[in-house]
Write a protein that binds this ligand. Structure first.
Ligand code: PLP
Length: 425
């Protein structure tokens, strides 16, 4: 199709979009097509209002805000946990908002990794976000164990995706725990969480899911799927803000539990301020909190999660799939001849919310895109990621982004940029 036809098709799709109004909820960076909400979601108007409310309470109430704030800070982690739980299909008490993604993985390892005799291996995939690999390795070392013996990497056949059969083949009788991604951070592949969890359980292996790239893009049903543990960030699709508080899920059948890394905020709320020298841990996943929650890095979520609640995850997913279908069709039609390849699985049930484009010059292309007002991100060595956000990205923006990318590739203007690595983000 000609560029003009793509633009017109996109405009028609925007006009017919029943969720188009949602864009008004967001404070998007000015003058750019913001396709990096899968790395850092933008501020929402409601999140800003919550933040301003909290700052006002801090000013007016001081320490009394722990009890007297509109959402008392003392209960904020549990309140947000309940709201996050609704997004990931958890029962009350199974999710708590706490710490950060990597720290929550450490907590899961410290609490639930129980090597016994020959069953000591942690299975993790070679494509996993590096921080998770660092956490597992350092955890084994801290226990005096040898990662070469006790950490097994599931390899990828194509460097982009994982085969469920390879994952299951790694879950031999010596495996005590598996750590797996719900959606892979580079390629955007969505793994069949329920199916892998069931198969792992048949082998006696609990699974900890990193859902950072799934939450807010893909409907999840963690309780019903019998997932054991999950950890995720809230600063991507969920728009919690840079460094926002993380989410931690523990299935009820693993509760109550003695936290591996204990701290006073993991106490039963009714006795926390008794200041006893022996900890009385909470009976739910709240027990896995350690210290005081970062209130200012948590309250914007009260606003953004309200939007998610109103829309519902099924509608979020339907819009996300329409966006990524359109993006893939655009890329196939406009970019393939310039050396781009869609690296994200094409089937709807095999992909999350973003689309990865492979290109040998991905680093330079992504810099050139930013200078032309399109914000993607680059993941080494050769991926440009486009993260259309299900709640605010328009079809016209996707057409604009892809057609600008085609112009850059066609004119080879990206070659004017240095080839070395991108800035952070
Ligand atoms: C899939 C995945 N896992 C883990 C992390 C690390 O998160 P944090 O810095 O919050 O610990 C990230 C960060 O972007 C991520 O994308």
């Amino acid at each position: 199709m000609q560029s003009q036809d793509w633009h017109e098709t996109a405009m028609r799709m925007d006009k017919d979009d029943p969720l188009a109004e949602l864009r008004r909820e967001f404070l998007l960076p000015d003058g750019v097509v913001y396709l990096d909400g899968n790395s850092l979601g933008p501020l929402t108007h409601r999140g800003l209002a919550e933040l301003e409310q909290t700052i006002g309470e801090w000013r007016r109430l001081g320490v009394a805000g722990w009890q007297d704030a509109k959402v008392p800070w003392f209960h904020l982690a549990e309140t947000l946990g309940g709201q996050l739980g609704a997004i990931v299909g958890a029962e009350p008490g199974e999710v708590v908002a706490t710490a950060q993604t990597t720290l929550n993985l450490h907590q899961i390892l410290q609490t639930f990794y129980r090597p016994e005799g020959d069953r000591h291996v942690i299975v993790i995939d070679a494509l996993e976000f590096p921080s998770d690999l660092y956490a597992v390795r350092s955890h084994l070392e801290a226990r005096g164990m040898d990662p070469h013996r006790s950490m097994r990497l599931v390899q990828s056949g194509d460097g982009l995706t994982l085969a469920a059969t390879d994952i299951l083949a790694a879950l031999a009788g010596d495996v005590a725990l598996a750590v797996l991604p719900g959606v892979l951070y580079r390629s955007g592949q969505l793994l069949p969480i329920a199916q892998i969890t069931r198969a792992a359980h048949r082998r006696g292996v609990p699974v900890a899911w990193d859902l950072s790239h799934a939450v807010g893009a893909v409907p999840l049903d963690l309780h019903r799927d019998d997932a054991d543990f999950a950890f995720f960030c809230t600063y991507k699709y969920l728009c919690g803000g840079p460094g926002a508080i993380g989410g931690l899920f523990v299935h009820r059948r693993h509760l109550p539990v003695r936290p591996g890394m204990a701290g006073w905020f993991g106490s039963d709320k009714s006795s926390q301020f008794d200041m006893a020298s022996e900890m009385a841990a909470a009976h739910d996943s709240g027990a896995l909190q350690v210290g005081t929650p970062p209130v200012l890095a948590a309250v914007p979520l009260l606003g953004s999660l309200a939007i998610y609640r109103e829309v519902g995850m099924e509608a979020v997913r339907q819009r996300s799939l329409r966006l990524t279908d359109f993006l893939i069709a655009l890329a196939d039609d406009c970019l393939a001849e310039f050396g781009f390849r869609v690296a994200t699985p094409r089937e709807a049930d095999g992909r999350g919310g973003h689309v990865a484009l492979e290109h040998a010059e991905a680093a330079r292309l992504s810099r050139a895109l930013k200078d032309r007002g399109v914000v993607p991100d680059f993941r080494p060595p050769n991926i440009v990621r486009f993260g259309p956000h299900p709640l605010y990205t328009t079809f016209s923006e996707l057409a604009q982004a892809v057609l600008v990318l085609r112009e850059i590739a066609e004119s080879r203007s990206h070659l004017a940029y240095p080839a070395e690595r991108e800035e952070v983000g």
